[in-house]
Design a protein around this ligand. Structure first.
Ligand code: HEC
Length: 483
């Protein structure tokens, strides 16, 4: 992102070769380049074939001229000349087809100095007609193929490639006069050419070739130069095309994408809460679609965020309300507790101010719920029962001498007074009058028993005392014997 600040080219990353535009360019470039090379090769090979065809027909034309001249000389001029000359006379200028044709071509060759137009013989009468090594091979070829009249193709002459056209000249009856036995030939011919060269050729043998050969090197190199020039133009065109494609792609795609990604980045960087700014891009292409989709998403996200905020606010409000309610309740409870404590203290100090035992028993399980210190002198705990605390027994009182006031109150629903013998800490027996009163709940059921007791002075009831003492003695015996 180094060149991002002033990114006028709109590249998404600072590196050119990483952009889609460049990748697109490489792909398009590759195909266009390959296609151009193919086109170039195709046009070159077409041109080459066309050029060869043209040269071929040119050499064909030259050969046909040659043959036509020969024919004309043989058929029209030679018979005419022979009419005016003796048998031994010989005038090649009018009688030799080869001489006439060669003379014509020598003039033509001044115009086309690198063209080869000649007669090629392995034993020429005129040394100018000596066949080259390549031509001798063609002579051999024709001798081996007696039916073949002409041959054309590429051959190398003097180290240079030529397009050559050959026509075989075979010995016929009519040729014997001048090319058979030297004694048959006109004397003038022998005088002029001697009696060796061009003689004693067997009938049917190829004695020479009519040769036309055009060097193709310069045409080939011209074609290559032309192709190279075409290639250069094509490459310049290709570069311009690629640049145009890149520019178009950049304008249509890269630039827009880069703007969109910039928008994404800015949105991500902004501290502006959670709000996602929509993209302002109106176009119906794929990028427009992308922007549209982003906007839909942004709107949805914004809505969700708004709802969430509303929801959070509502919940916070609810929690605050709940909190203040709880606070209030705690306050009320605290006050209640303080009041309770006061009541408890009042009750405590009230019962504590009584000099004799005073206690409340749970009607269901004999447990003493509350007792003043005159009752227990310290050994009372919450689960102490009345029979344990006042009689040191492990089960409720129940004998005739020791009737259980709790049972009696529960049975009758009336307060009772009974007499018991209780034992102090030092084991001294005391005559006690126990007063018990029922406590009803709202449904009329006895839930608690209030008991208080006080010692009966001995003088007051000696009978009771002795009775009580007896009962107590019995009771102690029972307890000791485990009854
Ligand atoms: C009246 C004589 C005469 C007759 C008939 C004749 N030629 Fe020749 N020919 C000549 C002479 C003379 C030359 C040499 C011309 C020159 O100076 O190039 C020659 C040259 C040639 C050459 C060129 C090669 C070389 O030896 O210099 C060929 C090929 C040739 N004749 C083929 C033939 C053939 C084939 C026939 C028969 C169809 C034929 N000639 C009939 C007289 C004759």
């Amino acid at each position: 992102m180094e060149s991002h600040g002033k990114n006028t080219t709109g590249r998404t990353s600072g590196v050119f070769y990483k952009t889609i535009g460049f990748k697109f360019l490489v792909v398009v470039g590759f195909f266009v380049f390959t296609f151009s090379l193919f086109t170039l090769y195709y046009s070159w090979s077409q041109n080459d074939a066309q050029m060869e065809e043209l040269l071929q027909s040119q050499s064909e034309l030259a050969l046909q001229f040659n043959l036509a001249i020969r024919e004309y000389v043989a058929e029209s001029i030679r018979p005419f000349a022979q009419e005016y000359l003796d048998r031994d006379d010989f005038m090649p200028e009018t009688m030799s087809t080869s001489f006439v044709a060669r003379s014509v071509f020598e003039k033509v060759r001044k115009k086309f100095p690198d063209y080869i137009i000649k007669f090629s013989s392995n034993n020429p009468r005129n040394p100018a007609n000596q066949a080259s090594r390549e031509e001798l091979l063609v002579v051999d070829y024709f001798n081996k193929h007696p039916d073949l009249k002409t041959w054309s193709g590429q051959l190398v002459f003097d180290g240079r490639p030529h397009l050559a056209q050959f026509s075989a000249r075979r010995m016929e009856e009519s040729c014997l006069e001048c090319h058979g036995v030297p004694s048959d030939a006109p004397k003038a011919l022998i005088e002029r050419y001697g009696d060796k060269a061009g003689f004693n050729r067997p009938l049917g043998e190829v004695i020479a070739l009519d040769t036309v050969a055009i060097p193709i090197g310069k045409f080939k190199s011209a074609a290559i130069t032309q192709t190279a020039r075409n290639f250069l133009f094509l490459m310049i065109g290709l570069l311009a095309l690629l640049a145009a494609i890149y520019y178009a792609f950049h304008r249509l795609v890269g630039h827009k994408l880069s703007n969109i990604s910039k928008h994404f980045k800015n949105t991500a960087d902004e501290d502006k809460d959670f709000f996602i700014t929509p993209i302002n891009y109106k176009s119906e292409d794929e990028i427009g679609n992308l922007a549209q989709c982003f906007n839909i998403l942004a709107e949805k996200s914004n809505n969700v965020h708004d709802n969430l905020e509303k929801h959070v606010a509502e919940r916070t409000k609810e929690l605050e309300d709940l909190n203040s309610t709880l606070q209030h309740e705690i306050e009320v409870r605290k006050q209640q507790e303080a009041k309770n404590r006061q009541h408890h203290e009042l009750l405590n100090s009230t019962i504590e101010s009584l000099p004799h035992p005073f206690y409340v028993i749970d009607a269901d399980n004999y447990q003493i719920i509350i007792a003043n210190s005159a009752t227990h002198s310290g050994e009372w705990t919450e689960d102490s029962t009345c029979y344990k605390l006042t009689h040191q027994k492990d089960e409720p009182c129940g004998s005739a001498e020791h009737p259980c006031p709790l049972e009696m109150v529960k049975r009758t629903g009336q307060p009772v007074v009974v007499k018991h013998i209780h034992y102090g800490k030092n084991g001294n027996a005391k005559n006690i009058e126990v007063h018990a009163y029922p406590v009803f709940d709202s449904s009329g059921k006895i839930t608690q028993i209030i008991e208080y007791s006080f010692e009966i002075p001995e003088s007051k009831n000696p009978e009771v005392q002795s009775q009580s003492q007896k009962a107590c003695a019995e009771h102690t015996n029972n307890a000791h014997s485990g009854n």
